[in-house]
Design a protein around this ligand. Sequence first.
Ligand code: HAS
Length: 568
Amino acid sequence: MTTHRETFQISPLSRLLMTIEVALPIVLLVLGVYHGFMQTLYRAGIIQSSSFAGLGYYQGLTLHGVINAVVLTTFFGVAFGNAVMQFYLRQPLIPWVHALSTGLMVVGTLIAALPMLLGAADVLYTFYPPLKAHPAFYIGATLLVVGSWTTFFGWIPLIRRWMSENAGKPMPLAVLGMVVTFIIWFLCTIPLAIEVLFMLIPWSLGWIDAINIPLARTLFWFFGHPLVYFWLLPAYTIYYTILPREAGGKLYSAYAARLVFLLFLVFSIPVGLHHQYTEPGFERFWKGFHALLTFVVAIPSFMTAFTVAASLEHAGVQRGGRGLFGWIWKLPWFDANRPIVAYSLAGLLIFILGGLTGLVNASYNLNQTIHNTGFISGHFHMTVGGPVFLIILGMSLELFSQLTGKPIRGRGWNIAVPYLWAIGIYIFSPAMMIGGLLGQPRRTNMGLSYLDPSSPHFRLDWVVTSYLAAIGAAIMFLAFLIYIGVWIATIAAPATKPAGELYLATAEILHEDAPTTSIVAKLRPWLAIAIVLIIVSYWAPLQQALRTSEKAAPYTPDNPVPVVQVKK
Ligand code: HAS
């Protein structure tokens, strides 16, 4: 791997579009994070409605989930991918493709936002039936996804040109990371597109009056689990390329990093039934098969833990660290000029517990205890709300600074953000998890009688965990306010550098990179295995979902329970 010290000057159009891709979701995030905080205050009984803005519980929760988990992550994946492609391939993006993709994503987001704000799409970020939204929500979401596909298609000719001009070199590691991210995204959004185009939109338009709920949910989770790796892999790309360099060391093994990305390509999709363990209609064998593959897909994360820790140890030793743990204290934890180190380290520390609780979820028997309880919210705030969110915050600010030429202001405050966030998460998530183990539901809109000592439903242990979660969330909210303050100060600062000069610090590698003949330097065989495994793992479950009743919706007071009937 080469070390790129030189910058890459992007075109004014690309600069404008990328600035929108980075800044728009941060603006929306103010609403998304606010409604997250309101959820915790509501659960602790501190406010009566879920929000000070008077929105209903599910409306606030939908804004929270859709903005934070779908809009922010998709825009960031596209923006960071656009930076990676231009910087490492040393080529500009195709202007009309870039304009089309950003345009589709922005228009899609605005179209979907309207029904959410008007209370006509209270369907949460997991928007499967029986919850039904206004058609505009589904149409907007479709445009957002199609826009992100367009971005990916626009990268392909650039990559091909680079490969033909650089025969004998493996694809730059960051490019591989983002290509794998978007192949996973493309593959997993196909079942989502089928669900949205052929089931949800016609249903919400009233063209059909009933749809097959188990099938719709299966198609959703076909998409829903790989979605989490679409969120995670840009963060891993940064951990492997930028972090070791900024920490003062080298990447321990590019071979391992390549293998990690390729293993994700193979194993991140055929695992969706682990979200449906409790649902009837599927043969146990297939739930077991998806459970097994869920444990397999944890392996690349364990490999990442080892490789990143080894790279950090190398960095710490270079900085004078001695002994078994001496390197840890020598890392630039608080270097305000290398904020991505603070954002990465805090995220990694959160992910240790986030990842391990994923293994609890994946265990079929344990899942029966924690499914649909606060444990799940605790888990995913330590994954998507931990390493993913922090990398997005840190890198978005860095990209904004490069795109506008404005230096980051409030640098000391900036590196306080990830650590404060980590403290908040380490209070919030364990509180939610313990609450979950005590039976506290994941969502609660049915009155908070457990808070009322005179109620027969009073649960003192739930009161304690709800309050602890609210305290953790308050610390997280404070961290986010500081972050927004840093953004405002940065926007107000005059530009000191030319705008649009991209620079992605890139670590050298400690051991030799894989030769082009190596299996980890090839993409196609892994893609082929991935497709075969997807077909094998989903063929039977989809058949089983298709055999269930097709009259399971609409979900109305007259038809409250989605009936699942398996035809013999
Ligand atoms: Fe998950 C539910 C299983 C990872 C997100 N997950 C969710 C939901 C979300 C989510 C959003 O099997 C809720 C969905 C909904 O709305 O219903 N998850 C797993 C497993 C993993 C996992 C096995 N999840 C993630 C990631 C996410 C994410 C990543 C977002 C980005 N999850 C489940 C299951 C459910 C589930 C079930 C359904 C539960 C139910 O019943 O509903 C694994 O891939 C995790 C592997 C990770 C590790 C950790 C490695 C640690 C690292 C850090 C090392 C630290 C270092 C620091 C190097 C094994 C890499 C050292 C530094 C020093 C300075 C010392």
